[in-house]
Write a protein that binds this ligand. Structure first.
Ligand SMILES: [Zn+2]
Ligand SMILES: [Zn+2]
Length: 127
C-alpha cells in the first residue's frame, strides 16, 4: 500500500513511467508516480490486519478492524490470560512452590519427590 502525501490518496501500486532523456532506446530513467496526481511524494505504508478476524485494516491504532472485533479480541486475550494464570496455580506448580517454601523455611533441600513421599504425609497428619 502506498499513501500519497500530495493528494492523500491510497493505492496498491505506483504508476511506473520513464523519462527517455531524448534517447530512443533503453536504459531510460524510471520513475514511480502517484496514479492520481502524478506526484512522486508518496510513501509505502504497512498494511495491517485485524488481530481478531484477519481483515485488512485501513488505519487503526487498536489493531482491530471494528469495535466488535476489538471486543471479541479482548475477550479472547482475557481468556488466554486466565488460562495461563490457572496454569500457574495448578496443583503441581502449587506443590513445587510448597516444596520451595518448605526448603527455605526449614533450610532443607528436599526434592519434589522426597517432599511428597516424606514430608507432605507428615504435614497432613499434623493437621
Ligand atoms: Zn497523489
Ligand atoms: Zn476484525
Amino acid at each position: 500500500m502506498y499513501y500519497c502525501n500530495n493528494c492523500e490518496n491510497k493505492f496498491e501500486k505506483p504508476k511506473r513511467t520513464f523519462e527517455t532523456h531524448g534517447l530512443s532506446s533503453p536504459p531510460f530513467e524510471v520513475f514511480y508516480l502517484c496514479p492520481f496526481c502524478d506526484s512522486t511524494n508518496f510513501k509505502e505504508v504497512e498494511t495491517k490486519y485485524c488481530r481478531c478476524c484477519g481483515a485488512r485494516i485501513k488505519n487503526s491504532v487498536t489493531g482491530y478492524c471494528s469495535t466488535e472485533c476489538k471486543k471479541t479480541g479482548e475477550k479472547l486475550r482475557l481468556a488466554e490470560y486466565k488460562k495461563t494464570k490457572q496454569l500457574a496455580e495448578s496443583p503441581l506448580i502449587m506443590l513445587i512452590r510448597e516444596v520451595d517454601n518448605y526448603n527455605k523455611s526449614h533450610k532443607t533441600k528436599y526434592s519434589y519427590g522426597q517432599y511428597v513421599a516424606l514430608i507432605k504425609p507428615r504435614i497432613k497428619v499434623k493437621k
